[in-house]
Design a protein. Structure first.
Ligand code: HEM
Length: 90
């Protein structure tokens, strides 16, 4: 299995909301995904999906569909892991 390599802080994640022309990233259970390629396929629609954009969407996700196997679905979209602000170096 491949190890996620990028360490991403909340403030970095916040930059990846899809505004300003960036891709859309979302954290789920400590892992950060680029959901850009997936967003048009989301059965709940883009608007719903984007409620979790640029942040930790774990709670929202779990409220709506805890049974959805996002880890398999988004395997190829894994960007890295969510870390504390002071844990980026090293
Ligand atoms: C439906 C995937 C994030 C809201 C679904 C379904 C899948 C899915 C597979 C169909 C579920 C089913 O019919 O059993 C994902 C993935 C996500 C994600 C992979 C993460 C990247 C979110 C977020 C929200 C959301 C953050 C925000 C609240 C919804 C809603 C539906 C839905 C409302 C229901 C659509 C309907 O049945 O009318 N999603 N979802 N999803 N999703 Fe997501």
């Amino acid at each position: 299995p491949s190890t996620p390599y990028l360490k991403i802080t909340r403030s970095q994640l916040k930059q990846m909301s899809g505004r300003k022309g960036t891709d859309v990233w979302m954290a789920l259970n400590g892992k950060v995904y680029n959901i850009e390629p997936y967003k048009e396929y989301h059965p709940g629609g883009i608007g719903e999906l984007l409620r979790g954009s640029g942040k930790d969407g774990t709670k929202l996700f779990g409220e709506v569909h805890p049974w959805v196997n996002y880890e398999t679905m988004l395997q190829a979209c894994l960007v890295g892991v969510l870390v504390e602000e002071n844990d980026v170096k090293g």
